[in-house]
Design a protein around this ligand. Structure first.
Ligand code: UDP
Length: 411
């Protein structure tokens, strides 16, 4: 069903829905475009699926374009992504050339005469350089850039030549702000409670999907829902599961679809299969299937998010919304979603024993798990639903559109 703001009224209440209409009113008929690099896989595409529809629903003519890139380009931008999360990088002129030329080529056939341009993440960041800027441009970064090594700092310095042409930069957490002469806003991501991934499923649907993908229910299962990415620590999840299994007989379901802008997924997935594929209680799934993700997050005894770095981790809010407790690393945006011991546990990302211990605790105490689940649902309802996210964006758009911005030279 098409998302409309009205459908959220029974979930979030009248106040926020009425507020959204009120803030959107002066923006009616404005023309806005979102640009990112994939329409499927990963959190950005997940959010845009609903957000773009809701922006149209409240009367803002909102489009969504995908940057066209070659495999070479996405190899480079994945290296940029990893370097911004703390990896090293050899920032060569060749990499910069491919990065900028891809954006320049895209600009030659993409007309951006909108009232506001909204760019997501580093892939399309340089686009601004190739337009005669006539409107506010916003850059939304979805990753954790709080700790950079020398390579990451070099990269950020290079990216600044594009970032500082924007009118505002949005990050997910206060700690991601950087000392740069640009307006910086903190707007955390959100989930859509009415999407097929998060709506309440009947027990028949849950059974049907879990059976179809071979998840037997004769023992409990734990799950991590994540792209196969080294920062999601799939290896750590498997080692942790092995420790849990010493105490509680269970299964592990690792579901990770492939994003078209993430070329590393396939090889990491193959490595996991080679190392751990022999265990009949470990189930790997690469299908893209929202209802299946929903069923897994609903039925898991505990959801894991063992990331080493994490911009936000929508997967945590998704599981909490379904009243499933989450054991997750104390990194990036995760501590904004989990209060240790209240709706799950925060663990040291390097401590496999600690992670396993907390999962076992949840699996061995049903009453506590149910209480944690209830609290998790409330925390997400209050802070991380798409309606709050929409409202934050509309407020910012209203402010930016009041002042006409014309210049695109770095500040
Ligand atoms: N996801 C999915 N299927 C998968 C793996 C992930 O639908 O097999 C979704 C997941 O449910 C979430 C998004 O992809 O909505 C991942 O967002 P998150 O913020 O957790 O991480 P990112 O991939 O953006 O780093």
């Amino acid at each position: 069903m098409k998302p409309t703001v009205e459908r959220y009224r029974p979930i979030v209440g009248d106040e926020i829905v009425d507020e959204i209409y009120e803030i959107a009113h002066p923006l009616r008929n404005k023309h806005i475009v979102h640009l990112n690099s994939t329409y499927q896989g990963g959190g950005v595409a997940e959010i845009l699926q609903t957000l773009v529809a809701l922006m149209n629903d409240v009367g803002i003519r909102t489009g969504w374009r995908i940057l066209h890139g070659t495999p070479d380009f996405f190899e480079i931008t994945k290296k940029f992504h990893n370097a911004l999360q703390g990896n090293d990088i050899n920032l060569t002129d060749k990499k910069k050339k491919i990065y900028e030329e891809t954006n320049e080529r895209f600009s030659s056939f993409t007309h951006l005469d909108h009232d506001l341009v909204f760019v997501h993440d580093p892939q399309p960041l340089p686009l601004i350089k190739f337009y005669a800027k006539k409107q506010p441009w916003v850059w939304r970064l979805h990753i954790d850039i709080s700790k950079l090594n020398n390579g990451g700092l070099d990269l950020l310095n290079y990216l600044k030549s594009f970032i500082l042409r924007y009118d505002a930069m949005i990050v997910s957490m206060e700690k991601y702000k950087k000392d740069m002469p640009i307006r910086q806003e903190v707007i955390p991501p959100s989930i859509d409670p009415l999407s097929s991934k998060n709506e309440k499923l009947s027990s028949q649907t849950i059974d049907r999907y879990l059976n179809k993908f071979g998840v037997d229910r004769d023992k409990p299962f734990i799950t991590q829902v994540s792209r196969f990415d080294k920062f999601k620590d799939p290896e750590g999840v498997l080692r942790c599961y092995q420790k849990v299994k010493e105490k509680v007989d269970c299964r592990l379901v690792m579901i990770g679809n492939m994003a078209s802008d993430d070329p590393e997924g396939e090889s990491i997935y193959r490595r996991m299969i080679t190392q751990y594929g022999d265990d009949p209680d470990v189930i790997f799934i690469t299908a893209t299937n929202n209802v299946l993700v929903n069923a897994l997050q609903t039925e898991a005894a505990c959801v894991i998010q063992k990331s080493l770095k994490e911009g936000f981790a929508l997967t945590v809010s998704e599981a909490l919304w379904k009243k499933t407790p989450v054991v997750a690393s104390n990194v990036g945006g995760i501590p904004a979603q989990i209060i240790d011991g209240v709706n799950g546990y925060l663990v040291n990302p390097k401590d496999i024993n600690m992670c396993a211990d907390r999962i076992v605790k949840i699996m061995q105490n049903e009453k506590m798990a149910a209480e944690m689940g209830e609290k998790g649902h409330e925390i997400v309802k209050k802070n991380f639903l798409i309606t709050r996210h929409l409202k934050d964006y509309l407020l910012l758009f209203g402010q930016l559109l009041q002042t006409k911005q014309c210049d695109n030279t770095p500040q």
